[in-house]
Structure formats: C-alpha cells, structure tokens
Write a protein that binds this ligand. Structure first.
Ligand SMILES: Cc1cc2nc3c(=O)[nH]c(=O)nc-3n(C[C@H](O)[C@H](O)[C@H](O)COP(=O)(O)OP(=O)(O)OC[C@H]3O[C@@H](n4cnc5c(N)ncnc54)[C@H](O)[C@@H]3O)c2cc1C
Length: 313
C-alpha cells in the first residue's frame, strides 16, 4: 500500500509527532513523506530512520497556510498514487486534513489512537477523550489524523532520499505579520512530562515551586484556564477544552479542581497525579495517584525526593 505522510517542518526542528506519523504510516505500507519550507536536507533524510522511503519537499513556500498545504498534499497524493494519507492531529493536521478530505473525496478518520483493526475499523478518541469510537472508511482513499503521543516513534531504517518537488500550492491568501515562539521551553503539545497548577496556588508569585519541579523532571509547565485568564501564566500554557489538548506520559496537577472542561484536555494522559487539599475534588476520580495535601508542602518535597533519586541513580 502506498502511504503519504504530511510533515509539518515549520518549526526550528521536526517535531516528535511527525516521527510518530511516519512510524504509523510505515506500519500500513510504503511511506513517502511530504513537506514544505526550509527544513534542512539532513533533518528530512532522518525521517527515513522512522520508515519514510522518500521525502518530497516544496521549497517554494514556507509557513502553514491551510489552503496552500491542502494543494501541496493533494499534488503529492496524485504523484505518488497514495491510497492512505496520514497527518498528525495537531493544529495543522486538524485544519488541513478535512480540506483534503473534501478535495480528494476521501473518508477522514480524525483523532485516531491506534492502527486499523483486522476488520478495518480504526479506534478514535471521541467526546474530548471521554469515549472511544471505531470508525470504518468506505471510500477508496482514506485520510487518518493520528492523535499525538498515541504511539512511540520507532527507528527501523536508514536515511530517506530527499526530492525537491512542485506542490502547485499557489500564492498564499494570508499574510503572516509576526510569529512568536516560546523560547527555551519544552513545547506543551510535545511534552512527555507535564507539571500543571491551578488557582490553588493562590498567585503567580508562588509558581516557583511548579517550575522548579518541572525543571528537575525535564517537564513542560501547564495551567488551568482561570490561571491563564487572570494573567498568572501565559495563555499557551492553558490546557483543557478551550486550551491545548495534551496526552503526556505523566501529568502532575496541583491545586486544580478537575472541572470537566479541564479534564477534556488532559484525560488522555497516560498517568495522572493529583495534589489537592480537598479529598472531594473531582480530579481524584480521574487520577492514577492522588495526594490529599497542600501543594505548597507536597511540590517542594516531591522535588527534593526526585532530586535525591536522580543523584543516587
Ligand atoms: C465553556 C467553558 C470552557 C472552559 N474551558 C476550560 C479549559 O479549557 N481549561 C480549564 O482548566 N478550565 C476551563 N474552564 C473552567 C473550568 O470550568 C474551571 O472553572 C477551572 O478549570 C477551574 O480552575 P482551577 O481548578 O484552577 O480552580 P478552582 O476550581 O478554583 O480549584 C482550585 C482547586 O485547588 C485546590 N486547592 C486550594 N488550595 C490548595 C493547596 N494549597 N494545595 C492543593 N490544592 C489546593 C482546591 O481544593 C480546588 O480544588 C471552562 C469553563 C467553561 C464554562
């Protein structure tokens, strides 16, 4: 089976979820990856290690204009004869995959969490992760948008051939005036470990205990919505239904009640640790481990314990 995998290479480096998408594609068939912009040939060739035989790159435009990217992937699908097209279900994937689905008249599975089963159904996350669905595509061509962190990237091969190509993307109809990326931080959607806090922390001046623990663990920091709304923390840290949806391996939540809108963005986390003074806090129902205690005591003690453990191992 010929599989096309779209790679977002608009950042400084290729994101982990691109390697996940290539690994996923390789389990379905022969993979060609497609991207645009200025990623180095070396970085693109690396995709071969995760299963891409070839990488098509259109250098004529940079950026993530949905309409241009839709045309790029459609052109690549035609060129390769791909019957399955894989995206990561990140911001770009969520915008481009549905457009491509209309353009190619291809069924779209959005939010896939695993490979197709023997009966051809693909498991998906539905209702903000509160339930699973099984979706079968009836069109010849199919598009699968894979939830980030659903599988680990696997190194199986060697470098891929990188080929320049014209994706017929046309001119962009939007003008990007400015792009600001958080510096020196682990991007939240890619983080495997996340330390998060809510209104229980009482004020922004207390966030040192959160960032200290995150630094010790090598984790990203996140927060509940009211914390971002009141300006205690930047908006890109807000997780939940109206913020970033994450699926890290470990999510530590301190002083967060666990409202349904917060859970909607974090309940795909593999392990959830909740620290809350109120033993009736709803978050405990979703927790793998719970500490009924004061975050101001528990977070520093946890930090010290992890530092000690790291020093002796
Ligand atoms: C349409 C809509 C969309 C929304 N989207 C989101 C979203 O995307 N993300 C989101 O987070 N929220 C969202 N909300 C808001 C959500 O409903 C909650 O109001 C919010 O998540 C509560 O934030 P919190 O848990 O930080 O604060 P609170 O509800 O005030 O909870 C604070 C918690 O801290 C505990 N606590 C207090 N002191 C300590 C201490 N010293 N140590 C440990 N624990 C302590 C308390 O027991 C309490 O459980 C949305 C709401 C609506 C209506």
């Amino acid at each position: 089976m010929s599989v096309l995998v779209y790679i977002d290479s608009s950042g400084d480096k290729i994101a982990k979820n691109a390697y996940e998408a290539v690994t996923y594609g390789k389990k379905l068939g022969d993979v060609t990856a497609v991207t645009n912009g200025k990623a180095s040939e070396g970085d693109l060739a690396e995709l071969g290690k995760y299963g891409a035989d070839k990488v098509l790159v259109d250098r004529s435009f940079e950026g993530i204009d949905d309409q241009q990217l839709t045309k790029l992937v459609a052109t690549a699908a035609e060129k390769t004869g791909a019957t399955t097209i894989v995206f990561s279900n990140d911001l770009v994937g969520k915008a481009v995959a549905p457009r491509l689905s209309v353009r190619l008249n291809a069924g779209l599975v959005s939010g896939a969490t695993d490979l197709p089963k023997e009966d051809g159904t693909i498991p998906v996350n539905v209702f903000s992760g509160k339930a699973f669905g099984h979706v079968k595509v009836s069109t010849d061509k199919k598009i699968i948008a894979l939830l980030p962190n659903s599988l680990q990237p696997e190194e199986t091969g060697s470098e891929a051939a990188v080929e320049e190509f014209d994706g017929n993307a046309g001119d962009s109809r939007v003008e990007v005036l400015d792009t600001k990326l958080p510096e020196g931080e682990i991007p939240l959607p890619e983080a495997e470990l996340v330390v998060s806090a809510g209104r229980g922390l009482k004020g922004p001046e207390n966030w040192g205990i959160v960032t200290d623990l995150a630094e010790t663990l090598g984790a990203a920091t996140a927060c509940s919505r009211p914390v971002a709304d009141t300006g205690w923390r930047p908006h890109h840290e807000h997780v939940g239904q109206t913020g970033v949806a994450i699926r890290p391996n470990l999510y530590i939540a301190a002083g967060i009640s666990g409202a349904i809108q917060h859970l909607a963005g974090v309940n795909g986390s593999k392990v959830i640790v909740v620290i809350n003074t109120d033993e009736e806090a709803p978050f405990f129902k979703a927790a793998d481990y719970g500490v009924v205690g004061d975050a101001f005591e528990v977070l520093p003690r946890l930090n010290e314990a992890i530092k000690k453990f790291k020093a002796s191992n």
